[in-house]
Design a protein around this ligand. Sequence first.
Ligand SMILES: C[S@@+](CC[C@H](N)C(=O)[O-])C[C@H]1O[C@@H](n2cnc3c(N)ncnc32)[C@H](O)[C@@H]1O
Length: 195
Amino acid sequence: MKFIQAAENNKTEILRFFKKIVKSGDIVLEIGSGTGQHIVYFASKMKDVVWQPSEKGDNITSVEQRVNKAKLVNLNKPWVVDIGCPPNSNQLFNFVYASNVLQCISLKELGHFMFTARKFLGNRGILVIYGPFLREGKYASVGDNLLDNYLKIRNTEIGIKNLGFVRETAKSYGFEFLDTVSMEKNNLILLFTAV
Ligand SMILES: C[S@@+](CC[C@H](N)C(=O)[O-])C[C@H]1O[C@@H](n2cnc3c(N)ncnc32)[C@H](O)[C@@H]1O
C-alpha cells in the first residue's frame, strides 16, 4: 500500500475545514484519491457523511487496499474516475473534493477536471480544491517553485496552476467562485458552487 507523507501532514487541517462545511447526511466524491489516506481518515472522523473515493484505473490499487482495510460503512468502494473519461453515472454529490491534483494535470485536463466535477455536482453542489497555486503568476514559496520544477522535468505540460486561470476555467464550466481559504505551507482551498 503506497503512503505519502504530505497527505499525512495536511489531512488534519483539511478535516478541520470539512467539519465546518459538510453536514450530516452529505455525500462527498474525491477525485484523484491517490493513496486513499485523506478519504479514509475523513471517513473515520466524520461517520455521518458518506465518502466516495475515486482514482484513475492505473493508480487505483492503493486506495482500494486502504478502503478495504478500513472497513467503514460510510466509505464506499473506490470508483475508477479518469477526468478525461468520467464514468457514465447520474449520481450527484453534495461536494466534489480534489487535493493536490491540479498541479499533476495539463491545462487541457483542467477543463476535463471542471467538466467532471460539474457533472457530479449538478446545479447545487460545492467544489473544494486544495493545493498550491501561483498568485498572479508568482510562486507562493520556494517550495512551490521547487515542486513545479520537479513536475515539469517529468512532464512539461503539467505544473502548478495560476489561481486566476483556475477561477476563469471554473467559471467557463458553470461554477461561481465562493471563497479562498489560506492553509498551511502557503496552500489554498478554493471553493466554487455549481450554478
Ligand atoms: C499528487 S497526487 C494527490 C493524491 C491525493 N489526492 C493527495 O492529496 O495525497 C495527484 C493525483 O491525481 C491523480 N490524477 C492525475 N491525473 C488524473 C486524471 N486524469 N484523472 C483522475 N485523477 C488523476 C493521480 O493519479 C494522483 O493520485
